[in-house]
Design a protein around this ligand. Structure first.
Ligand code: ADP
Ligand code: MG
Length: 253
C-alpha cells in the first residue's frame, strides 16, 4: 500500500500536508506521533473511510481512492473495540463472514451470526471462527458475551473479527491504549506474533514510542501533518534527522 502526497484539510486547517508513505507487503509499519499530528486521519484515508483532497492511495500500484474498505480488502481495529454486546464471541467474530454470505444470497441479514446459509457454509464459517479463536486463545470464551470479558479479551475478539476475512492490510488505531500497562505489554507480544503468523501488512498507529519501536519493521514519525522521518526503529534513535525528531524521541522516553 502506498500514499503519494496525500493532503487533507478540515475547515481551512490543513491536517495532512503531503503524506507519502510506502507500506511494503507483509511489513509491520507504525505511524508514531503526538496527539493531533494526523495519524488517525492518515489511517482512515488508507482504509477508505475518508478521502484525500489531493494525492493518491495505491494498492499494488493501482489507484484505489474510489474503493470502499471492503473492496480494498482492508480491516481496521479502533481504540474502542465496538463489539456487538448482544452477540457471543463466536457470533461477533463470525459476523463479517455471515454478512458476506447473506448479502451474496440477497437476503436480509440475520443478526445472530451463525444461523442462515447452507449447512456447508455454516460449517465453513464455524471452522474459520474456531481456527481464529485458537490462534487468539479465545476457544474457551466463544459462548460468552462481550460484557463477560476482560478488556484484553475484548480486544482479542475485535482483532479476531477484523482478521476473519483475511484482509491484505490490517490497520490498528491505538488498539491498546485502553488497557493497563501489563496487558499492553502482553498484547504487544501477541500482535507481533500474529503479524508473523499471518504474514499480512500491519499499519499500527500509536503515540507510544516503546510500542512503535518494539514491534515495527519501519516507523514513520509524524509531526504536524508531515512525516518527519521514516525508517527502521533504530535509525530514529541513532540518527534523528532533525531537531524536531530528536525532541520528540527525547521527550517521550
Ligand atoms: P491523531 O490521530 O494523530 O491524534 P487526527 O488525525 O485524529 O490526529 O487529527 C488531526 C487533526 O485533525 C486534529 O487537530 C483534529 O482535531 C483534526 N480533525 C480530524 N478529523 C476531523 C474532522 N472530521 N473534522 C474536523 N477536524 C478533524
Ligand atoms: Mg488518533
Amino acid at each position: 500500500m502506498e500514499l503519494r502526497n496525500v493532503r487533507r484539510s478540515f475547515g481551512g486547517t490543513e491536517v495532512l500536508r503531503g503524506i507519502s508513505l510506502d507500506v511494503p507487503d507483509g511489513s509491520f509499519t507504525s505511524l508514531l506521533g503526538p496527539s493531533g499530528c494526523g495519524k488517525s486521519t492518515t489511517l482512515r484515508i488508507m482504509a477508505g473511510l475518508d478521502r484525500p483532497d489531493s494525492g493518491q492511495v495505491l494498492m499494488n500500484g493501482e489507484e484505489v481512492s474510489d474503493r470502499s474498505a471492503t473492496a480494498r480488502n482492508i480491516a481496521m481495529v479502533f481504540q474502542s473495540y465496538a463489539l456487538y454486546p448482544h452477540l457471543t464471541v463466536a457470533q461477533n467474530m463470525a459476523l463479517p463472514l455471515t454478512m458476506r454470505e447473506l448479502s451474496r444470497w440477497q437476503r436480509l441479514p440475520l443478526v445472530g451470526g451463525l444461523h442462515g446459509g447452507t449447512r456447508q457454509t455454516r460449517r465453513a464459517i464455524q471452522a474459520r471462527v474456531a481456527a481464529m479463536a485458537a490462534m487468539l486463545d479465545l476457544t474457551d470464551l466463544l459462548g460468552r458475551k462481550p460484557g463477560q470479558l476482560s478488556g484484553g479479551q475484548q480486544q482479542r475478539v475485535a482483532v479476531g473479527r477484523a482478521l476473519i476475512r483475511e484482509p491484505s492490510v490490517f490497520l490498528l488505531d491505538e488498539p491498546l491504549s485502553n488497557l493497563d500497562a501489563k496487558l499492553r505489554t502482553q498484547m504487544r507480544a501477541e500482535l507481533s506474533a500474529l503479524h508473523t503468523r499471518t504474514g499480512r501488512s500491519f499499519v499500527y498507529v500509536t503515540h507510544d514510542q516503546t510500542e512503535a519501536i518494539s514491534m515495527s519493521d519501519q516507523v514513520a514519525l509524524m509531526l504536524e501533518g508531515r512525516i518527519a522521518q521514516i525508517g527502521p526503529p533504530r535509525t530514529l534513535y541513532e540518527t534523528p534527522q532533525s531537531r524536531a525528531v530528536a525532541a520528540f524521541i527525547g521527550d517521550h522516553p
